[in-house]
Design a protein around this ligand. Structure first.
Ligand SMILES: Nc1ncnc2c1ncn2[C@@H]1O[C@H](COP(=O)(O)OP(=O)(O)OP(=O)(O)O)[C@@H](O)[C@H]1O
Length: 244
């Protein structure tokens, strides 16, 4: 089996005169929780959209376990889940129908999907709401159900773009706990976030983008914390004055 879960090579995204992402190259391995950090407009969401195949890159390639997202999209997609910045739900489905619908796209039957989702539904206190239509959910509840739906096919890698925005404090804690457990079981997460304190607490490695350029691919280790005290100081030492 290919040990690298994600291999992104020289990805670029150009919108007119703006180079949103410039030659982004990264590998992600099993058991890693990698933070994708950067100021507003740095190119984090553009990177996520290219990694998921939602948008074709202007240049470069993305493979999951060796499957190219452009050439072998079905095999590549089995290996990752994607939690978008805005919750992707289907308003006229109930919460549980939505979870089953997403699972069905990966060939998972409804009973298995419900069974796998149940511990997460309990954890996120959604059990009582799963038979309500998703358009009756609050933003936070929609985000939680969208998150759970992406875990049911048990992807090797979860790509999460600001997944905790709009969650209540309890939801944020439960999401962090879920992330930790997910990587402890050998899976990986790429987490785009502005919450540097959270990133320092849970990430093993961070990627720092500014103006579309990857400024750092850095382990969060004793050396980093000794030299900069915390991730926030390191982040600002690289990005201050580089915003678009
Ligand atoms: N569809 C688009 N068309 C034109 N320009 C775009 C498009 N999407 C993003 N951009 C531009 O690309 C750059 C990167 O945007 P992107 O949304 O990827 O940044 P980000 O790091 O996710 O920002 P934020 O932290 O504010 O969410 C910005 O200058 C943005 O204006």
């Amino acid at each position: 089996m290919n040990q690298t879960i994600l291999n992104a090579e020289e990805l670029s995204q150009v919108y007119g005169t703006i180079t949103a992402v410039d030659n982004f190259t990264v590998k992600i391995y099993p058991g890693e929780l990698v933070g994708l950090l950067g100021p507003n407009g740095a190119g984090k969401s553009s990177t996520m959209r290219m990694l998921t195949g939602l948008v074709a890159p202007s240049k470069g390639s993305v493979t999951y376990r060796g499957y190219d997202i452009a050439d072998d999209p079905i095999d590549a997609r089995r290996h990752f889940g994607y939690v978008a910045e805005q919750p992707m739900i289907i308003p006229y489905l109930t919460g549980i129908e939505y979870v089953e619908f997403v699972a069905g796209m990966y060939g998972i039957d409804g009973k298995t999907a419900k069974c796998r989702a149940e511990p997460y539904l309990e954890r996120f206190r959604l059990t009582g709401a799963i038979y309500k239509r998703a358009d009756q959910y609050s933003h936070g509840m929609q985000q939680k159900i969208a998150f759970i739906a992406q875990l049911v096919h048990e992807p090797d890698l979860l790509l999460a773009d600001e997944p905790s925005v709009g969650l209540d404090p309890d939801g944020i804690l439960e999401m962090q706990k879920t992330f930790r457990e997910y990587v402890e079981s050998g899976n990986s997460i790429l987490l785009s976030t502005h919450q540097l304190e959270m990133a320092e607490g849970i990430c093993s490695r961070v990627l720092i983008l500014s103006k579309g350029v990857l400024l750092a691919d850095q382990r969060i280790d004793e050396n980093l914390l000794e030299s900069h005290s915390n991730l926030q100081n390191y982040f600002f030492s690289l990005t201050k004055g580089t915003e678009r």
